[in-house]
Design a protein around this ligand. Structure first.
Ligand SMILES: [Fe+2]
Ligand SMILES: [Fe+2]
Length: 490
């Protein structure tokens, strides 16, 4: 009996955990909600109005139109809810993209369904959605776009419909995982080849006639023109994906990996003008990546975010201890804790300015203020207190916001632990290293910095273990290997 109770309690706990959003959902303004709703109404009208063009019109026809209208409207709302569930931080612009693509597809079906293959109408938008919003949203979009045809007179060949569903599902599933433009290119070649072979086998070379004519690419509609058109439209889609990325702030895997390239001008500048900060950044990347892998977060996102988190230090590299190289500390010469605190806050403000100037996506720019949260600049606050007892702590705290996602929270913890771990003696034991890590993380927790991040106790435990593993690796690298005097190169 006790076992059953424990199991029920565990299941209840797991269910409750699954209801906690991974990231704080983005608030969408009323006007944006209204515009999106109007687009959904427009989709429903376009997808169903032809049912009203029958003459003579009777009650049964009006009833079937109403059903169809409501069905499409509900489907569009479900699509938006699924996209919000898969991407809690989705912006109104991105939702607008999803519904507008659905609207465009329905209009294209009305205008060109007798001349263009359904494959070329549905698969390319599915690629854009899967790249920007993930596979589940893309699959939902594909199912709505495939099942609702605005013109009831159009009868689709069953085999072609099956091929359409398979190809678009493959694109939706693979599109969300693709990590480079080269893989995108491969997909845009292999999917048309696959559709060509399947159409050839299932439908036959000359018998494809879901619609009457097809003059768009080659001669009359055939498998060659269908697949060639699909390949061309997909290649054009790939060419336009970077434009979609910048207009709709889509953060594809390929874009993330491009931004993580250390030859990017901003990162190159960091390595040349602030080498200490660059080294600190690389070590943080290692800590954050390991911890994110442990808790199953977005590794590509945190790697790229970590790389840019301190770019703001470029505004005055020598004011930060890691770049001082034993030379004079400008803060000592300034001897004004309040001004020093302003310089520290400026690395966040300037970082955001660099992010805007370099058009960094919002999800990456978020790492810049959130890695500091509202942490206290303890050293300068203490100095200020020595000078003036009445000074307000407010002036010695970063402006925030505190981390809003698990990834930015991990970066804050890695940022806090990096210097302490680097400074530890190589003779320090694992227990000592773990105690240092735990103290730093506990102080962040106590200060309320992790309140909005949704990190669970279990995840914080895993993050500590991950940091310890990286520390062990660093220690291993720092141990000098004994070398023989006669054979130093072996
Ligand atoms: Fe920082
Ligand atoms: Fe940092």
């Amino acid at each position: 009996m006790q076992n059953i109770t424990t199991t029920i309690k565990k299941l209840f706990y797991l269910w409750r955990r699954s209801q906690v959003p991974v990231k704080q959902p983005t608030k969408i303004s009323r006007i944006d909600n209204l515009i999106i709703f109007l687009v959904c109404i427009l989709i429903s009208i376009i997808s169903s109005y032809k049912l009203l063009l029958i003459s003579p019109l009777n009650i049964a026809d009006i009833y079937s139109w109403l059903l169809s209208f409501i069905e499409i409207l509900i489907s569009s709302v479900v699509l938006i809810l699924v996209s919000k569930k898969e991407n809690p931080t989705i912006s109104s612009r991105q939702i607008f993209l999803i519904v507008t693509l659905l609207l465009a597809v329905q209009v294209t079906k009305l205008a060109l369904s007798s001349t263009i293959s359904p494959l070329s109408i549905i698969i390319p938008p599915a690629l854009i959605i899967s790249q920007g919003m993930g596979s589940i949203t893309a699959l939902t979009w594909v199912s709505i776009a495939s099942f609702s045809w605005p013109d009831p007179a159009v009868a689709i060949n069953n085999n072609l419909f099956f091929i359409l569903l398979v190809c678009s599902s493959v694109v939706s599933l693979l599109g969300g995982r693709i990590r480079s433009r080269a893989q995108l290119l491969q997909l845009s070649i292999f999917v048309p080849i696959g559709s060509f072979l399947s159409q050839w086998i299932l439908i036959g070379e000359d018998k494809i006639s879901p619609f009457n004519t097809q003059n768009l690419v080659l001669a009359n509609r055939d498998v060659y023109s269908d697949s060639l058109l699909l390949a061309i439209v997909m290649l054009f889609t790939i060419l336009f994906i970077p434009i979609f990325e910048s207009i709709f702030e889509l953060l594809t895997k390929a874009r993330l990996l491009e931004l993580a390239d250390k030859e990017k001008p901003l990162i190159r500048r960091l390595s040349l003008e602030a080498p200490g900060t660059f080294e600190h950044t690389l070590l943080i990347c290692g800590l954050a990546e390991e911890a994110t892998r442990m808790i199953g977060g977005d590794i590509d996102l945190i790697k790229t975010g970590a790389l840019y988190h301190d770019v703001g230090k470029l505004h005055a590299p020598n004011w930060f201890i890691e770049n001082q190289d034993g030379s004079k500390n400008p803060h000592d010469e300034l001897d004004d804790p309040l001004k020093s605190a302003e310089v520290l806050q400026a690395h966040v403000d300037e970082g955001l300015r660099f992010a805007r100037k370099n058009r960094l996506p919002k999800l990456i720019a978020n790492f810049i203020p959130e890695h500091q949260g509202t942490l206290k600049m303890g050293y300068f606050f203490q100095k200020a207190k020595e000078k003036n007892l009445d000074i307000d702590e407010y002036y010695f705290r970063y402006k925030g916001p505190i981390p809003q996602s698990k990834e930015t929270a991990i970066l804050m913890l890695a940022d806090g632990c990096e210097a302490a771990l680097r400074a530890m003696s190589i003779n320090a034991s694992d227990k000592e290293a773990l105690a240092t890590i735990s103290n730093i993380i506990y102080s962040r927790q106590k200060d309320g910095q992790l309140d909005d991040s949704n990190l669970s106790k279990g995840e914080i435990f895993l993050i500590k273990r991950a940091f310890l593993n990286v520390w062990k690796r660093i220690r291993h690298r720092r141990i000098q290997y004994p070398t023989s005097k006669n054979n130093t190169f072996s």
